[in-house]
Write a protein that binds this ligand. Structure first.
Ligand SMILES: [Zn+2]
Length: 378
C-alpha cells in the first residue's frame, strides 16, 4: 500500500492526499509567508505571516477538495461510479472508473467543479469584506481575500479547453454532442490539451530565463504534467473504446496451458516450467480453477519435498478481483485490471475455468484495433 498524508471518507467517497501534495502545500505556504502576504501589508510580524500562510494552505486544500467533490457527487447523481478523490502535486482528481456514457453527463460533470470554485470565490471574497474580518489590512481578511482569488483562478484555469482539464472535457463533450463521434472528440480535445501544454512549457522557459523567477519552472512542470496526462488519457480512452464491443473470452490466447492440481511440484518444474518457458500456469482440478503457480512458488518448496508435494498445496488462490465471467465485456476486464493493478484475470464460465486474459493481450488488441480504425478514417 502507498502511504497517504491523510485519508477520510465523506458520503461514501474516499478523500486522500498523496505524499507529493506536501510539496505543493509547502511551496504555496512558503510563497504566501515570504511574498504574497508581506507584499500587501508589511507591518505584520513573521509569526503572523506564518500563521496566515498555514490558514491559507488549509483553505486551499479545502477548496480543491470541494472542487473535486462537486465533480464526484454530480457524477454519482448521474450514475457515474466515482469513489475516490486524490490530491497530489498538481492539484486534485476525482477518479472516474469508467468513461461517461453520454456527452451530456460528461458536460454537466465537468462543469460542476469550476462552478464550485467560482461559487467559493464569491463566498470567500464576500466573507473578506465583512466587518468581522477586521478590514482589508487585517490578517483574517487578507487570508479570506487570498482564498477568494485562488478559487477564482482555480475555476478559470480549469476551464481552459485543454483535455484532461475540465474545460477540455467540456470541449470534448461539445464536439461529441455536435458530431456524435466520441473518438474524434477525444482526439481534438487532447490535441488542444497537448497544444496548451507545449505553450505552458515554452512560456515557463521564457519566464525562467527573462526574470529568473522560479514560477517559470513551475509552469514548465505543469506543462509536462499536462502533456503526459493528455496523451495517457487519450490512449486510455481509445483502449476502452476499442474494447467496448468485444467479450473478454474472445481475447483469450487459446493455447495457454494449464497445470493439473494433482501433479507433483517436481513434475510441474520438469514438464511445465522448464519445457514451456512460462513464468506461471493456471492450476486446475478437472474444469475447476484452483489458482496459479509459477517459478517462485515451486522454488519455495524444499528440494527433497518436491516429489511428494502436490501443486494444489502451493497454488495461489484467486482473489475476488482476479476472476471475471467469461462473457463480460473486454472493457470491464481492462477496468478491473487497471483498478487493481493486475496483469491478468481468470475467466469463469459458471464454475468452469474458461481461460486466462492478460493485460498484454488486451493492450495489443486495442492498439491494432485503433491502428485499423485510423487507417479507415484516413
Ligand atoms: Zn475539475
Amino acid at each position: 500500500m502507498r502511504p497517504y498524508l491523510f485519508s477520510f471518507k465523506i458520503g461514501g467517497v474516499v478523500v486522500r492526499a498523496e505524499p507529493s501534495w506536501l510539496f505543493l502545500a509547502l511551496l504555496v505556504g512558503w510563497s504566501l509567508a515570504v511574498g504574497f502576504f508581506p507584499d500587501q501589508n508589511a507591518a505584520l510580524g513573521t509569526s503572523t505571516y506564518v500563521f496566515m500562510a498555514i490558514l491559507g494552505v488549509f483553505g486551499l486544500t479545502f477548496s480543491i477538495i470541494a472542487h473535486e467533490l462537486a465533480h464526484t457527487f454530480v457524477g454519482r447523481a448521474l450514475g457515474m461510479p466515482i469513489n475516490r478523490v486524490t490530491l497530489f502535486m498538481f492539484g486534485g482528481a476525482a477518479e472516474l472508473e469508467e468513461e461517461p456514457k453520454s456527452p451530456m453527463i460528461e458536460l454537466v460533470m465537468a462543469l460542476a467543479g469550476p462552478l464550485m470554485s467560482l461559487f467559493l470565490a464569491l463566498v470567500f471574497s464576500q466573507l473578506a469584506m465583512l466587518d468581522l474580518a477586521g478590514g482589508p489590512q487585517a490578517p483574517l481578511a487578507m487570508v479570506l481575500a487570498y482564498l477568494g482569488l485562488i478559487n477564482l483562478l482555480l475555476g478559470l484555469f480549469n476551464m481552459l479547453p485543454a483535455f484532461p482539464l475540465d474545460g477540455g472535457r467540456v470541449l470534448r463533450a461539445l464536439i461529441w454532442l455536435l458530431g456524435g463521434d466520441r473518438r474524434k472528440a477525444t482526439r481534438w480535445a487532447s490535441l488542444a490539451g497537448e497544444g496548451f501544454a507545449v505553450f505552458f512549457i515554452l512560456a515557463g522557459i521564457y519566464v525562467l530565463i527573462s526574470t529568473g523567477s522560479l514560477a517559470g519552472l513551475w509552469w514548465v512542470l505543469i506543462g509536462f504534467f499536462l502533456r503526459g496526462a493528455a496523451k495517457s488519457s487519450r490512449v486510455e480512452l481509445e483502449t476502452r473504446l476499442a474494447l467496448g464491443d468485444i467479450a473478454a473470452i474472445d481475447l483469450v490466447t487459446p493455447d495457454i496451458e494449464t497445470a493439473d492440481a494433482g501433479m507433483t511440484v517436481a513434475d510441474f518444474i520438469a514438464e511445465k516450467l522448464v519445457r514451456h518457458h512460462r513464468d506461471w500456469f493456471a492450476v486446475t482440478d478437472g474444469e475447476r480453477l484452483v489458482g496459479r503457480a509459477g517459478l517462485a512458488e515451486a522454488q519455495a518448496v524444499p528440494l527433497e519435498a518436491r516429489a511428494t508435494t502436490r501443486l494444489s498445496a502451493i497454488a495461489i488462490k484467486p482473489g475476488v478481483n482476479d476472476i471475471l465471467p467469461a462473457r463480460a465485456g473486454a472493457d470491464r476486464a481492462f477496468a478491473q485490471m487497471q483498478k487493481h493493478h493486475l496483469l491478468r484475470v481468470y475467466l469463469l464460465d459458471g464454475e468452469r475455468f474458461a481461460g486466462t486474459l492478460s493485460m498484454v493481450d488486451l493492450l495489443e488488441y486495442a492498439r491494432l484495433r485503433n491502428l485499423f480504425a485510423d487507417a479507415r478514417l484516413g
